[in-house]
Design a protein around this ligand. Structure first.
Ligand code: G6P
Length: 481
């Protein structure tokens, strides 16, 4: 049935998995994007187009029919093994991802990766065009699908199209390294509204459009030669704060948190890191900083433990394999050098966990450590705050995570500054109850007000309004710069 709201994202909210008995099953997909959009989908009765993970024999074979999972209407797009290699692992995650994250790793440029990116974007656009009702709203998500807005507009000019980028949008100096910079900008300009995490990203985009495509712009508006106006603005994403709070108050979760603390040997303080195993997350430097505090005796393994959860991610991409080996070695070395029997310095888990277990970990943790080199937002930081129903617990947060703009009361750190991180970890460890409460209360107020529903509302309201400026000649006639 044609849908009035269509979400287009690289991934579906569920991954197809083969169970041990050979039957097909589903499990939630990784990452912040899915966590954020799922509640919006439910509230709006939308249809979600995306990849269910894993290769399809023949992506056009129609082996993947639309289906319903957990009350959500899902339309799968199959990717062949080659498309996964070139479009997903290649252009999306080894070209765009590092460029958009401050060149934390070196990006690779390959023309055949780009060709596949174009082809796969066409596939998503065609599917969206076929399921959207007349005049429907289509909301396209993230860096894997930046060409879809323009392709979709060509196929279906009747649609209202929004695009939201979940990762940072880089400064012009980095973006312009991309040989396909102009095509990417034009792809995004197919949308009526282009949303970013932070105002800086929106400003970078508008500046690039002016410089590289040559369109007229004024503040957050871009004026296209065909008379359309595109708006670029910031909509900082958030979480289902009430949902996490309820989960953290659940008896089973509270009991599990106590069990975790006991299993760790009931230390005085538990430090916690939860990240996808990604080089942007700063896991290596963070663990080194922590280990140095033990070496110098400022922390003791009898009193404290660092639980690091690393969620497996993009394991076929070389940079991610290298990172995994580096972290494995570092943890082994730290525990070998500094641990005692039954008292490792770091309790390392390479696995993903359901929401309930995450909430139990957040509840058990005294100091949450989130230190990415660059991060669009970082929902883990917000989830921790939402789970601290007792207004306690400390958050050590990188100034380079989008979340730092809102969570000002965290211990903010520069993740490149190991001594600065050590000082912040110690301060957070030693902070008294009054200090913790003061900070946590303020952060909790912030995330309760700016939850994911408010985020989606703000974007949708703005998208609905954009039409007014679309053909408004008076707007185009003034204020051009
Ligand atoms: C980040 C990105 C998402 C992506 C997720 C998981 O949150 O913004 O677009 O889906 O990471 O990464 P993966 O490559 O497994 O989809």
């Amino acid at each position: 049935m044609p849908a009035d709201l269509v979400i287009v994202a690289n991934r579906l909210p569920v991954d197809r998995v083969t169970q041990p008995d050979g039957t097909q099953g589903w499990r939630p997909s990784p990452g912040g994007l899915v966590t954020a959009i799922e509640p919006v989908m439910r509230a709006n009765d939308g249809t979600w187009i995306g990849w269910p993970g894993g290769p399809s024999e023949d992506a056009d074979a129609g082996d993947l029919d639309p289906f319903e999972a957990d009350g959500l209407q899902l339309v799968p797009i199959g990717l062949t093994a080659e498309e996964i290699e070139l479009f997903y692992e290649g252009f999306s995650n080894a070209t765009i991802w590092p460029i958009y994250h401050d060149l934390v790793a070196k990006p690779e440029f390959h023309r055949e990766w780009w060709d596949s990116y174009v082809k796969v974007n066409e596939k998503y656009a065609a599917k969206a065009a076929s399921v959207a009702a007349e005049g429907a709203t289509v909301w396209v998500h993230d860096y894997q699908l930046q060409l879809v807005p323009q392709m979709l507009r060509e196929l279906r000019p009747d649609l209202r199209i929004g695009f939201y980028l979940h990762i940072p949008f880089p400064p012009a100096e980095l973006f312009q390294q991309l040989p396909w910079r102009r095509q990417l900008l034009e792809g995004l300009l197919g949308a009526d509204l282009v949303g970013f995490q932070l105002p800086g990203g929106a400003a970078n985009f508008v500046r690039l459009v002016r410089q590289r495509v040559g369109h007229k712009t004024h503040r957050d508006l871009v004026y296209l030669p065909d008379g359309r106006t595109v708006r670029a603005a910031a909509f900082p994403i958030s979480i289902d704060a009430a949902g996490f709070e309820a989960l953290a108050s659940d008896e089973a979760v509270v009991a599990r948190a106590a069990e975790i603390r006991e299993a760790l040997g009931s230390p005085r303080r538990i430090f916690l890191g939860i990240d996808r195993l990604d080089y942007t997350k700063g896991i290596y430097a963070r663990l080194r900083a922590y280990a140095e505090l033990i070496e110098t005796g400022e922390l003791d393994v009898e009193d404290a433990v660092f639980v690091q959860v690393a969620v497996p991610s993009r394991e076929q991409v070389e940079q991610y394999r290298i990172l995994r080996d580096e972290i494995d070695r570092l943890v082994g070395r730290i525990n070998g050098d500094l641990g005692r029997i039954g008292r490792p310095a770091i309790s390392y888990l390479h696995s993903s966990y359901p929401r309930e277990e995450m909430a139990a970990l957040y509840t058990a943790a005294d100091v949450m450590v989130v230190t990415p080199y660059r991060d669009g937002m970082n929902l883990v930081a917000k989830e921790y705050v939402a789970c601290r129903t007792g207004d306690d617990g400390a958050l050590v947060l990188s100034e380079f995570a989008g979340a730092a703009d809102e969570l000002r009361q965290a211990w903010l750190v520069n993740p490149y500054d190991i001594n600065g991180m050590k000082a912040a970890l110690l301060e957070a460890y030693r902070a008294d109850g009054k200090e913790l409460t003061r900070r946590m209360k303020a952060m909790r107020r912030t995330i309760k007000k700016h939850d994911v529903a408010a985020w989606a509302d703000a974007f949708m309201t703005e998208l609905a309004d954009v039409e007014h400026s679309t053909h408004a000649k008076s707007v185009r006639a003034v204020g051009r710069s």
